[in-house]
Write a protein that binds this ligand. Structure first.
Ligand SMILES: [Zn+2]
Length: 266
């Protein structure tokens, strides 16, 4: 066992863990503004809806006013017909004016009916408007809260990021420059920013490709730094990471039990 290689692997793993925390924190900080943006979009949608309902109500109002005006017009006509009926010349004229008066009366009744119907539609729209305004108000409060929360979290995360970055710089400085460059290069090429991967159930923890048993024992031997044949990540075993130990112990037990069962069966 090469103590120098082992130390290098430990340093690499330590650096990877710090850098993974940085990557995760960046991802988290990217999601928070999106939540605020979603809420802002929702509010804009509701404001548009309120505006549309208001416009529809205005149209209905105009319609009702026009009908009220036409009722007044018909009423004035009826008064005119009544005057004419007082100075009637013959029965034909009487019938004609009476007919006109009747029509005007029917027009008024029709207009009043339409006003009642339009009024009902307007009433229903006003209810929707009130509800939407209420929802809008509560969403605005949510947004205000989310924004202040976001400011707070961003501040905290930035402090945490600065701390982690300092740790990362320190950990990177303890590597020799060639190794640090290689680490940086692999990390940049990996979408999840993982350059150092543990062996997980005999596979690369980065790309999940199987690692041949001989290569696995070479990795465990710490004679040299070994990368994954498929993705190029540097591979480390459980003695470096401390993880997976439990999984392997469990698997070993299961295997032993299976072997016992097989023996019994035979
Ligand atoms: Zn791999």
């Amino acid at each position: 066992m090469d103590a120098t290689v082992e130390k290098k692997l430990q340093d690499l793993w330590k650096l990877q863990q710090i850098d993974s925390k940085i990557t995760n924190l960046h991802a988290l900080m990217g999601e928070l503004p999106m939540e605020v943006a979603d809420l802002e979009d929702e509010i804009v949608g509701m404001e548009t809806r309120v505006q549309h309902i208001n416009e529809e109500l205005e149209v209905l109002e105009t319609e009702i006013n026009a009908r009220k005006n036409s009722i007044k017009e018909f009423q004035r006509n009826i008064e005119k017909y009544d005057e004419q009926l007082n100075n009637i010349k013959n029965s034909r004229e009487y019938e004609a004016i009476t007919k006109e008066k009747e029509i005007a009366g029917l027009e008024i009744m029709g207009a009043e009916k339409k006003i009642r119907e339009t009024g009902k539609i307007a009433e229903a729209k006003k209810e929707i408007l009130d509800k939407t305004k209420e929802d809008l108000e509560s969403r605005r409060k949510d947004l205000e809260y989310k924004k202040s929360e976001l400011t707070e979290i961003v501040k905290e995360n930035e402090e945490e990021l600065n701390k982690l970055q300092a740790e990362s710089d320190k950990a990177a400085a303890s590597l020799d420059s060639r190794l640090a460059r290689a680490y940086g290069r692999i990390r940049t090429n990996m979408r999840n920013g993982v350059a150092v991967a543990p062996i997980v159930r005999g596979s690369c923890g980065g790309c999940f490709s199987k690692i041949p048993p001989q290569r696995q024992s070479d990795i465990r031997a710490h004679f040299r730094i070994i990368d994954c044949e498929h993705c190029g990540r540097i591979l480390v075993d459980q003695s470096i990471t401390g993880i997976e130990a439990q999984v392997e112990v469990k698997e070993e037990k299961t295997t032993r039990r299976k072997m016992r069962l097989t023996a019994k069966a035979e």
